[in-house]
Design a protein around this ligand. Structure first.
Ligand SMILES: [Zn+2]
Length: 75
């Protein structure tokens, strides 16, 4: 969101300008855009946590595999 007063680039959901503290206009279109971007952000976050979970599961499988192999070798 570009400030209409000083043309400073702010976060898309900023309510005031970071530079001059002027209130940024909250138009209907801007509200829609913010909602859209927040949705995309949420999706990206979910994907990230899913990837983390998958990594954790793979790590767990590897550990279980090692334990099983060690158990079989000892037998
Ligand atoms: Zn400004």
């Amino acid at each position: 969101m570009i400030c209409p007063k000083c043309h400073n680039e702010n976060r898309y959901d900023a309510l005031t300008c970071d530079f001059c503290m002027a209130p940024l206009p909250m138009t209907k279109e801007r509200k829609l855009e913010i909602a859209k971007k927040k949705k995309i952000e949420k999706k990206a976050k979910l994907n990230k946590s899913l990837t983390k979970l998958l990594g954790l599961l793979i790590g767990l499988f590897i550990i279980v595999g090692i334990v099983v192999v060690v158990y079989l070798i000892r037998k």
